[in-house]
Structures are given as structure tokens and as C-alpha cells.
Write a protein that binds this ligand. Sequence first.
Ligand SMILES: Cc1cc2nc3c(=O)[nH]c(=O)nc-3n(C[C@H](O)[C@H](O)[C@H](O)COP(=O)(O)OP(=O)(O)OC[C@H]3O[C@@H](n4cnc5c(N)ncnc54)[C@H](O)[C@@H]3O)c2cc1C
Length: 475
Amino acid sequence: MADGDRIVIVGAGVAGLRAAERLREQNFDGEIVLIGDEARRPYHRPMVSKALVMGTERPSDVGLSHYLPDLDVHWRLGARVTHLDTTERVVHLPGGESLWYDGLIAATGVYPRHLPGSPRHDPRVRILRTVEDSMAVRRCLHASKKPAVVIGAGLIGNEFAASMRHIGRDVTLVGHAKAPLHRFGDRVSSGIVEAHHEHRAKLAMKSEVRHWISTKDTVGLHLTNNQLLVASVVVLAIGSVPSVDWMRGSGLDISDGVLCDAKLFAEGASDVVIAGDIARWPNLRFDETPRRVEHWINAVESARHAADNLLMGHSSAKPFTPLPRAWSTLYDTRLQMCGMPSLAEDTVSLADGITGFIRDGRLVGISAWDKPRAMLDWMAELDRRLPAPDYVPEPEPAPEVPVAEPSVAALAADVPAEFDSGFDHQAFEREFESEFANDIPTTAFPAQSLPAPPTTAFAAQPGAALPTMAIPMGR
Ligand SMILES: Cc1cc2nc3c(=O)[nH]c(=O)nc-3n(C[C@H](O)[C@H](O)[C@H](O)COP(=O)(O)OP(=O)(O)OC[C@H]3O[C@@H](n4cnc5c(N)ncnc54)[C@H](O)[C@@H]3O)c2cc1C
């Protein structure tokens, strides 16, 4: 790349960091500026609702390591980008500062949704997104021995409830769905209900908060099921909103994250790529509808792909067609998800503990409760049944913008089409997986033996036809 070229990355989370690494792996030798509004370097955000809030890891333990010895990045931490000007190719920072770019990678993630009516100024009503959030929750837990309450029965809500039981705190999980994690299918949902019962976490499902009562020492919640809860801390875990305000007025479509084409280029900007939780792109493995995916592995993979594509330039870039994968550790049990279960109309039991998600008679997703080995087989099967296509939909959405000065696209000339950096992707992914296997220490609960390999008692085995009887999804 020509001297003086600069790639600015906005968002110093996992996607921002992995994008920077990928640029260097691809021999980008220009300037990289990584801007993040948090004061600390990128860290394992999934630990916020697990080891950090339990206090089994300290903030200094959860930083993400570089995979390269010398990243040579210009860090701008504690700096919030306020505006983007795609015409002038400039990002604005507070105090009138602006930074020009030749290429921009946007990776600003999401922030937790606020619950209308909740006393947002009460210091005991908290969210869980950052290291500081988990420390604030711990301070509340120290200040009062009353139970914890979490509102929201998705992944973060369930993880927080499990974490509280892990450290011996009473906890109630409040959710308006009929069961926790019901989007992952009945098997996962009943598994987590059993696990909560076994560990004496309380559930208040099909209920919402009717009234909040803030007193000097505690927060009271009167639920629609008439229960009264008194809490030392209330965690709101009711979903998230993309952090895209800084792109308002830039001309980019930020209606739900940032609208991208299949190659992760922001629609209407050939020098802006999007990575991580904010990317809304059509994953052509499934269809041409742009969607976001809020999971760790997707943040890593999209960041690396976006970096490659930015260097190659839009015309040589490749569509991003991953098989989304996610996991969580609840108590000592591993929950795994693969594909796009949210697209399904029906579910089917594929094997003991493995649920298949079906759309138009096709398998589009899998979830597994405590079946890590069988899940590997089924992931391979899903990959076989949903091959990544090599077409790109017409018309090409990203318009060509004339490049007046040396640009990142020029790098394409230096990067062979099948560039092999010697990087072992599988080893890389295994490393991620193993890091998360350790999120919740195994000492407080008896370690479970590894699950048995898939049994033959079920109609469906990888490679075989799916069972014909579909079970309606419990939405
Ligand atoms: C509590 C919790 C637990 C989770 N557990 C799991 C799990 O078990 N498994 C799993 O697969 N996924 C999990 N996730 C999701 C996973 O952490 C995310 O998918 C991943 O972190 C997304 O990475 P990202 O880089 O896109 O965004 P982020 O990690 O959110 O990083 C974005 C960064 O950009 C910063 N930023 C935002 N706006 C600006 C701006 N204008 N200027 C500068 N900086 C800005 C943000 O503050 C943040 O530091 C969890 C998430 C949370 C919050």
C-alpha cells in the first residue's frame, strides 16, 4: 500500500481488534487508527455476565491477547466518534478533532435496551455490557445481602442468574415469555428450566414489572403475577440496540445496524466496511435478506472478512457467507447454536438434546443442550445441507466512487487472490472455543462427564433424511 494510507477502525471491541490484526496479517503497512470509547483495550465481553460478575476473574484478567507480536496500531481509547462524513472521508471526535481515512471499518457493537418505566437513575438498577457494569453490579451485591433480580430471559439474563447461584446469591429471573430461552427450542428451554430448579434460581415467567419501589436500602418490584420482589440489584437484560448514532446524517442506512451488501461494504460507500454486531448483511447461504448476528464468533469472522474485503476493494471482494455459531455456558452445561434458528417455522428433534430448526422443509439451524460432541457432527451436516453459494446478487449495490489519491483498493494489486498468510483458522477458532470453555470455573458444581456420542435411537442422524414430523415452535 502507498505510504500515507490510513485505515480508521471505529469501535475497539473484539471486531475492531481482529480487523486490525487481519490488516497486518495481509501485510497492510499503512497507518491503522483504532478508536474506542471505552477506556480499556478490547476484552472478553462475554465474561461480563459470567466470570467478572461472579468475581472469579478480575478486569485485568480478561483482556484479549493479540495474535501478532507487533500490531503497530495507533490506539485512541476513551474517545467517542461523534460523526461520520463519507463524502470528505472523515470521522469527527469531541473537541472539534477530525480524522481522515482512506478506508473505514465500523465495529461499534450494541448497547443494552432500556426498560421503559424502570428507575434509570437508581444506582441499583443496572445493565451488563462493560467491565465497569459488572463491577457496579458487584458493588450492589456487596452493599446488600438481599437477592438479585434479572429482567429478561434471553442469554444474558440466564447467564446472570446462573452466575448469581454460582456465588451463592439468591436470584429471581423475570421474563414475559412462557419459558427462558424458548427461541432455542423446547429442549434447550426445558434444560435451562431444570438447571435453574436444580440450582435453586427462581423463575417468574409470563410476568412483567407493574411497579417499581425504590427505598433507601433496596429496590422493590411488584410483578404482574402479584409477586413482590425485594432486591439488592436489578439487572436489565431485555435486548440491545446497535450503536450507530455517530453515523446519523452520513447517508448510510442505519435503520437496524448498518445496511451492507453481501461483501460487508456499507450500502452506498465503497470505502466503508462493517463488522461485528452492527453489520446487517445478506448471508447468501440463507437468502438475500440483510440481518444482524450478535455473537462472538460472528464478530471475529466478520471482522477478518471485512478487513480482507476492504484491502481487496469492492470489485474483487467476496461475499461473507458464514454458518453463524454461538455458545454459552450455563451452570456447567454448554448451550450451542448454529445456523439461523430465528428463521424457522418449525422445530424437530434430531437426536437426544439436539433440536433442528426448519424453514420450508429445510434445516436452517441447530441448537444443542449439553451435547458438544454430537453438535460437531450436526454442524458439519448443516454446512453440507446449506452450502455457501458463490454468486453475488445483481445489481451490485455499492457504487464505484472515483479514487483521487492512493487508496486501500490499490492494495489489491499486492494481495494475491488466494493469499495464504499461513494463518491456521481452525486453530484460531479452537482457541476461542477453549477460552470460553473456561468462562465459568468448574469447581463450584460437580464437573459433568462428557456426553455420550450420538445414539442411534433417533430417526435423524447426520446424513440421513430429517424426521417428517415437525414440532410447532413455541414462540
Ligand atoms: C454480557 C454479555 C455476554 C455475552 N456472552 C456471549 C456469549 O456467551 N457467547 C457469544 O457468542 N456472544 C456473547 N455476547 C455477545 C458478544 O460479546 C458480541 O457479539 C461481541 O462482543 C460483538 O463484538 P463487537 O466488536 O461487534 O462489539 P462490542 O464488543 O460491543 O465492541 C464495540 C465497541 O465499540 C465501542 N463504541 C460504540 N460506539 C462508539 C463510538 N461512537 N466511538 C467509539 N467507540 C464506540 C463500544 O463501547 C465497544 O467498546 C455477550 C455480550 C454481552 C454484552
